[in-house]
Structure formats: structure tokens, C-alpha cells
Design a binder for this molecule. Structure first.
Ligand SMILES: [Fe+2]
Length: 443
């Protein structure tokens, strides 16, 4: 974030506050001795910016210009090596952490050296809000532990694929939900490593400044934690000033049936949900009960052999899936084998999400296309990339990568909102770099 006011952001907030530059200047008159225009915003001093944000009642970063997100960021193995830092746990040097590249302010994946010896029971961490995908990188098998009491689900050998023909599918991998405890130790006398991608949580602000204490307490009390979708339907009925008696009368669904649905004693068909949503004019699919594929502690685990079963051709590559969960629609990944020695530029990949790549084998050339210009980066084992949403890119050479994508550049909540947007074509062209005011005469 710079110290310059961005004209588009300022215009956007003038529009939101239903005010104009003229009114703003009138109110600034007692504080500064010049008029601000959309052309002198670069020269505004701290004092003026403070006054503007006070008048608009917004935090400063709402109108300061931000650095443009790059198309990609590349770090060599050596650069990643420099981010190494040790952590201690259970009285020993337990892990070394390394950070992979990502834009400023983004949560980034880490590489972790597993140092806890195989004789020692690995010491659990406290878990964290952010969901994650973790891949065993080798060169040796390690143990992964997920709970105090050990059983088959929560103490596993986190294995490496030993077959040189298919070991571009490097190792076992799993999706980890919020606050799932996890820790690792060696399973042999040799070293082990993991790639762990902890993504950003979309609900972190709810735990922070968004709700006051009272609101948060009430929400927690009211929400059916096993079926929050039903709470939100009931709430949306009440939010719109309907009681269940009215809903029952209008939909001809018996009051008892509706009440039992909200008491979780029975189900409603999708047809019934649609009838209710028609009365309150909301979209029914949001309220459907959800089911997730996961084990008893909420994780979804792929042994490397499970990943091997998913090997398939994709564009100019072979890929194999990494475990993911419908609980985190933005977080997913795959192993990628590149065997394409053509000298031509390859830009056959394009994702709506941003992606992290870690080269695990061979030597590769990364191509990215921006404004019809192709950029090229030579990559070898241990190098890493971050690639932004909707950037055409691809790989040539002979080798393998691990790819993990997430929603920090463009998340599924924004995608849902786009599917709800009226006159999308016009909104897309107008919303970006909007310099139009909301409709007042410029004096
Ligand atoms: Fe973690």
C-alpha cells in the first residue's frame, strides 16, 4: 500500500457515500488551503488524506493505491533456502521452515524439514483456523499424527512413492480442515520434507473486528452448528418479516413439518425449499443440507497410491490429483508431469484461481503470456512459482511439478456474487477503473 490516493478508489467511495468532490472540498476548506481534484491526488499530504478519510468515514487503505498484483513471481531454490528458520518443539530442534513466493499480504505455502527422530512420539501443535493441503516430499517416509489418542485414522505413515517410473506423483497428501491438530516425525533414520499450503480463511474477519462481542455471542448461540444452512433459512425468513405460520399458509406445507425441519427432526424436499424461497424471494440452493467426503477427524487423506489411481492426460501433460475437500472449494492441486521437449512456447494452462508451483524433478521452462508477450523462465528442482488468476501459462522440458491453487486472488464467494450480478457484461466493463460519478452535475 502506497501513500498516494487512488482516484478510482476515491471516486468509488464518493459514489458510495453519495457525495461529490465539490462537497468534499467545501468540508475540507477549514483544513487545507487548496482544492483537491482528480489530477492532484498524487500530491496530497498525510494531513489532507486524514481529513478526507474522516469525512468519508473509512479506513485510509480504502482509498490508497495498491501495488498491482504481478502475473507471476518466481523464486529459485537458493532464494527459498534463504528463508530457512528453525522452530523448537518438545525440547528439540523440530522443524525448519521455508517460504514459497507469493504477493504481499498473501498467505504462502511452506516447505518443512521434518527433524523429529522416529523414536520420539511427534508433539502435536494446536491446529489453526486456515484449512490446508499437505504433501509428503521425501526423500523418505515420515509419520503424521493428528490427535492425542492414536489410532489408524490419526497416526499414519505419510509415504513417498518409491517407483521411479511414476514418482512424479511424489507422495501421500491430505486436506486438513480448520483446527485439525497435526505434527510429523521421521519414520526412518533419513530426512523427510513436506509441502504445506495453509490457505486464507474466508471467515477470519468474523473472529476479529467484523462483529462486536454481543453479536458474535448471539450468532454462536443461534447457529445450529451441525446444520448452519437451516439456521440461515430460518433467519432469512425472520429477516424478511415472515413468521412460520405465514410461510406454512402460503406454501401449504404443514406448520408441524416446517417446525420439525428447523428442529432437525425431519427433512424438507428441495421442492418444499423452493416453495419457501419463492415466498421470501431468495435462492434455494444455498440452504440445501451439505455432505462432505472426509474421515472421522474431518481430513481427507490420499495415500500416494490413491493419487496414482487418478493419473490422466491433461492438455500437454499428465496429471494426478492431490486430496481436496468441498469444504474449501478454492483449495485444490495436482501433480504435473511435463514431457514436452518441443522448442515451441507452451501456454496451455489458465486457471480462475491463482496457483503455486514447486518443481520436484528435471529441468523445465515456464512460459507466461501477458499482453501478447511471452516471458520465459528456466526452472529446476526446488524452484517455485506463484501465478495469478487468469494468466495464460505453461511448461516445456522434462520434469515434474506440484501445483496447489487457492482463492486469494479470486475466491468462490466472489464467483457466486458474479453469478448473481445483474447485467454482468456492463457491470464488468464499468466496474473496473470506474471514473464515472454516481450522477451529479460537476460545478
Ligand atoms: Fe499447519
Amino acid at each position: 500500500m502506497s501513500n498516494r490516493v487512488d482516484s478510482i478508489k476515491l471516486n468509488h467511495w464518493l459514489n458510495i457515500r453519495k457525495t461529490s468532490l465539490n462537497v468534499l472540498n467545501r468540508r475540507l476548506k477549514n483544513h487545507i488551503n487548496y482544492e483537491i481534484t482528480f489530477n492532484n491526488l498524487e500530491q496530497l499530504d498525510e494531513h489532507t488524506i486524514d481529513q478526507i478519510v474522516k469525512i468519508l468515514s473509512i479506513p485510509k487503505n480504502f482509498i490508497l493505491s495498491a501495488d498491482e498484483i504481478p502475473s507471476y513471481i518466481y523464486n529459485t531454490k537458493e532464494e527459498i533456502q534463504k528463508t530457512k528458520r528453525p522452530i523448537k518443539r518438545g525440547g528439540i530442534h523440530y522443524y525448519n521452515y521455508y517460504t514459497l513466493p507469493s504477493p504481499k499480504g498473501y498467505v504462502a505455502p511452506v516447505l518443512i524439514d521434518i527433524l523429529c527422530p522416529k523414536e520420539k512420539m511427534p508433539v502435536l501443535n494446536n491446529g489453526h483456523l486456515e484449512p490446508a493441503i499437505t504433501v509428503s516430499l521425501g526423500p523418505n517416509d515420515i509419520y503424521a499424527r493428528f490427535a492425542k489418542k492414536i489410532n489408524k485414522t490419526n497416526f499414519v505413515k505419510f509415504r513417498i512413492n518409491p517407483d521411479p517410473k511414476t514418482n512424479w506423483v511424489v507422495g501421500s497428501n491430505y486436506y486438513e480442515p480448520s483446527y485439525c491438530l497435526h505434527t510429523y516425525s521421521r519414520a526412518t533414520d533419513g530426512p523427510g520434507k513436506i509441502l504445506s499450503y495453509t490457505t486464507r480463511s474466508n471467515i477470519e474477519n468474523l473472529f476479529d473486528s467484523k462483529f462486536n462481542e454481543n453479536s458474535f455471542k448471539n450468532m454462536s448461540k443461534i447457529l445450529y452448528t451441525d446444520k448452519p444452512n437451516r439456521s440461515f433459512l430460518l433467519q432469512d425468513i425472520l429477516n424478511r418479516g415472515f413468521n412460520l405460520e405465514t410461510i406454512s399458509k402460503k406454501t401449504k406445507i404443514s406448520l408441524k413439518k416446517i417446525k420439525n425441519y428447523f428442529n432437525k427432526k425431519n427433512n424438507l424436499s428441495f421442492l418444499d425449499l423452493k416453495k419457501i424461497c419463492k415466498i421470501i424471494n431468495t435462492e434455494p440452493s444455498f440452504y440445501i443440507d451439505k455432505k462432505f467426503t472426509e474421515d472421522a477427524i474431518g481430513k481427507y487423506y490420499f495415500d500416494y497410491k490413491d493419487s496414482l489411481k487418478t493419473i490422466r492426460n491433461f492438455k500437454s501433460y499428465e496429471v494426478a490429483s492431490i486430496a481436496c475437500s468441498a469444504r474449501s472449494p478454492d483449495l485444490s492441486g495436482y501433480f504435473l508431469k511435463v514431457d514436452n521437449n518441443s522448442k515451441k512456447e507452451v501456454t496451455d494452462l489458465l486457471d480462475s484461481n491463482c496457483s503455486h508451483y514447486l518443481a520436484t524433478k528435471g529441468s523445465l521452462i515456464f512460459f507466461s503470456k501477458e499482453n501478447n508477450k511471452i516471458k520465459k523462465v528456466k526452472m529446476s528442482e526446488g524452484d517455485s512459482l506463484w501465478v495469478s488468476s487468469y494468466t495464460q501459462h505453461g511448461f516445456a522440458g522434462s520434469g515434474a511439478l506440484i501445483k496447489i491453487s487457492d482463492g486469494q486472488n479470486f475466491n468462490y464467494l466472489e464467483k457466486i456474487d458474479i453469478t448473481n450480478t445483474y447485467n454482468l457484461k456492463k457491470t464488468l466493463s464499468r466496474g473496473r477503473k470506474d471514473k464515472v460519478n454516481w450522477g451529479y452535475d460537476i460545478e
